[in-house]
Design a protein around this ligand. Structure first.
Ligand SMILES: [Zn+2]
Length: 114
């Protein structure tokens, strides 16, 4: 997998964790479990650091998609986009391995082949 994709997937994981930590119900649960809330600040710092390593154009594309979908970058599974479950055409796969950035033609999410 391309290094940029790995970074994007890691960024998305952090975004999901931050989102969960921000939700009150979750943070109350975390408090009950004995976690400190400044963990959220640590997550945000880690996110900023990681985001700085991703090429701007790619990051902007991710950020835009992340505004629409909870998962902006997803793995291709059984020849389908896991976001919208559309079957991807064979031609997609022949170009996917050489392409810099793969996008689902149906939903626009970023795709990677795991
Ligand atoms: Zn899709």
């Amino acid at each position: 997998m391309r290094e940029e994709f790995k970074l994007l997937v890691a960024l998305q994981d952090l975004d999901i964790m931050i989102k969960e930590a921000e939700e009150k119900k979750t943070s109350d649960q975390l408090k009950d479990m004995g976690f400190q809330l400044d963990g959220l600040e640590e997550l945000r710092k880690a996110r900023a650091k990681l985001a700085g390593k991703i090429p701007t154009a790619l990051r902007n594309r991710y950020e835009k998609l992340a505004g629409h979908y909870s998962m902006a970058i997803i793995p291709v599974t059984e020849n389908r986009c896991l976001g919208c479950f559309v079957k991807l055409p064979t031609s997609f796969f022949s170009s996917a391995y050489s392409s810099e950035l793969i996008t689902c033609e149906n939903c626009g999410r970023l795709l990677f082949i795991p």
